[in-house]
Design a protein around this ligand. Structure first.
Ligand SMILES: *Cc1c(COP(=O)(O)O)cnc(C)c1O
Length: 411
């Protein structure tokens, strides 16, 4: 045992030396712009709760009601006996919201990605991913055993090259896929989690169709924020119906927890039969599903539209007041057009230890923005990932700008 702990301590020391040590910070209040961390009130600019729904009365009430009516736990996986009314209602509410034939919810977005990709692809298939894709797809790609090809971030020329290569390989008679045909799946996020930039979805859709590939789009940071019905960036760009697999999470703008896959009835029926993270995992607690359903309904309502407008107002305010260079690497225009604006604003730092020091300096000024480092982003690309919420006030933004300015963050 001593030897075991000694080894792990040594590994932790190595992580610390690289400025990469991660630690938990206890939060003693609900998720909201001002929250309590380690006995101090800090202004939170790091949450993915973009619409301020995590602490919204309608969601809390729905969770409480679900506990009263259905108890604390689900008792088993959904296929055994845990598919309670709140889970079924959530699936239905999401399909209606997203305008797809069907939806299947998972306990997390991570589980949705891993379960779906491993159900769709085997070792004879090919998966083509954007370089900056979320870790859940990196893991899913490894686990499914398919050949992995990575295209340079948002680089359509490189994607086309990878598709061309894949088409050649898929045609080769070497082996056959599970249905007698080898398949290629392209995976991208619509709004990238650590950079806030957008994928050129229209062009990606055109390319995957040209080469007969399938497409999976993760709208984790877009659901609730883009499109006439706030379904996501695919809706805003008019390509939803041409995407085979639409994925998202219920834990970000939707204010609760869980992951979803939207698409055809046959996709969902197939996942119920083949997605191992769905089949072999206990159903989420009923409170979680009920809160998520309330989140979906909130986003669909006029209050949801108001929140979204508030969020974009805050984004514009910050970029106009701050001038053009919020981030030295990715300039953001003062008022971004609807398809490029983003609630995620990275402040690039570079060195891991410098980023940690910058985050600590901001905390001293009452601002909470943790440093994002390897392996979440590439080495040497550490950053402060600043996120805005619809419920930040003008005073909150003013305090942020003062703090950033005093630390010389090119604002
Ligand atoms: C957060 C996130 C996920 C995972 O979703 P969870 O519900 O938190 O497990 C997947 N993809 C992206 C892009 C994310 O940012």
């Amino acid at each position: 045992m001593n030897e075991f702990n000694h080894e792990l301590t040594r590994r932790l020391d190595a992580i610390r030396e690289q400025g990469l040590l991660r630690e938990l910070r206890r939060v003693d209040s609900p998720q909201s712009p001002r929250f309590e961390v380690g006995g101090r009130e800090l202004l939170n600019f790091s949450s993915n709760d973009y619409l301020g729904l995590a602490n919204e009365p309608a969601l809390k009430e729905a969770a409480i009601q679900a506990v009263e009516r259905y108890g604390a736990g689900a008792g088993a996986s959904r296929l055994v006996c845990g598919s309670l009314a709140p889970h079924q209602e959530l699936d239905e509410a999401l399909a209606t919201f997203k305008g797809t034939e069907a939806t299947l919810t998972f306990s997390t977005g991570y589980a949705a990605a891993v379960g779906t990709i491993c159900a769709l692809l085997g070792k004879e298939d090919i998966i083509i991913t954007d370089k900056l894709i979320h870790a859940c797809f990196v893991d899913a790609a490894r686990l499914c055993g398919a050949t992995v090809r990575v295209f340079a971030h948002n680089d359509l020329g490189d994607l086309e090259e990878k598709l061309r290569e894949a088409e050649r390989e898929v045609r080769s008679p070497k082996s056959e896929g599970r249905s007698g045909k080898r398949r290629t799946l392209v995976v991208t996020e619509s709004v990238f989690s650590m950079d806030g930039d957008h994928a050129p979805l229209r062009e990606i859709v055109a390319l995957k169709e040209k080469y007969g590939a399938w497409l999976m789009v993760d709208e984790a940071h877009a659901t609730g924020l883009y499109g006439a019905n706030r379904r996501g960036l695919a809706e805003e760009l008019g390509v939803s119906e041409r995407i085979e697999v639409q994925m998202g999470t219920l834990g970000k703008a939707l204010g609760a927890a869980g992951g979803y896959i939207c698409g055809s009835r046959s996709l969902v029926d197939y996942l119920i039969n083949r997605a191992r993270t769905f089949i072999f995992s206990t159903a989420p607690v009923p409170a979680s599903a009920a809160a998520a359903t309330a989140g979906v309904r909130f986003v669909q309502s006029s209050a949801g539209e108001e929140r979204r407008q508030k969020l974009w107002q805050n984004v514009s305010r910050l970029s106009t007041r701050g001038g053009h260079n919020v981030s030295p690497i990715r300039p953001i225009p003062p008022i971004a057009p609807p398809t490029t604006r983003s609630a995620i604003i990275p402040i690039m730092i570079g060195g891991e230890s410098n980023a940690v020091a910058a985050a600590a300096a901001l905390r001293e000024q009452g601002i909470f923005i943790p440093a994002i480092r390897y392996p979440t982003v590439a080495r040497g690309q550490a950053r402060l990932r600043l996120t805005l919420s619809a419920v930040h006030t003008e005073a909150d933004l003013a305090q942020l700008l003062t703090a950033l300015k005093s630390l010389d963050f090119s604002l």
